[in-house]
Design a protein. Sequence first.
Length: 199
Amino acid sequence: MEHATFIIVDNIKDIPEGYAFIPLQFVYDNKFDGRRKGRLVACGNFTDPDIAEIYSGVVGIEKVRILFVIADINGLILIAADVCNAYLNGFTKEKLYWQIDYGKLEGKWLIISKALYGLKTSAARWADAIAEILRQIGFSPSYTDTEIWMRDKGDHYKYIAVYVDDLIIASKDPMGLLKELEIAGNYKFKGVGVPEYYL
């Protein structure tokens, strides 16, 4: 609800024509570092979107290694960051709804408006969303890997490598750049610090 993921309606008659019902479920997980996580996930196997709507690029590991070398040669500082609830920053094009059967909204019909986890197109919608924000703050994709974004600062470039919701930032002021992203995209970050692992 915090991310305005759904449009809430009282009656199924208020669901626009062309929308299909999809089940949602909670998925629970133990992260590699011992954290526990629960997430509301759409059963994307009930959908059949156009294949072109599913594609989402990710930065290649060899390009990340090259970025580390570029950062070292140019005296750039590297930090890693994970965008919290990344997919919910994108809007879905899939026409789906669900009925909630618990809590304060029990019995309400929920039109899915955000790129909910589990939908086949959600990774592509998140990629569209972050690309738009990066362009707004002056970044352009690299010719060698479109998931490495660059911004010319005159005496050096700033870089952001994107692997789904994980970012590697190479800059003389990476925390300032992270703050800029936080403001422009209204993002929250976790796992911010010197990269200990990536991909």
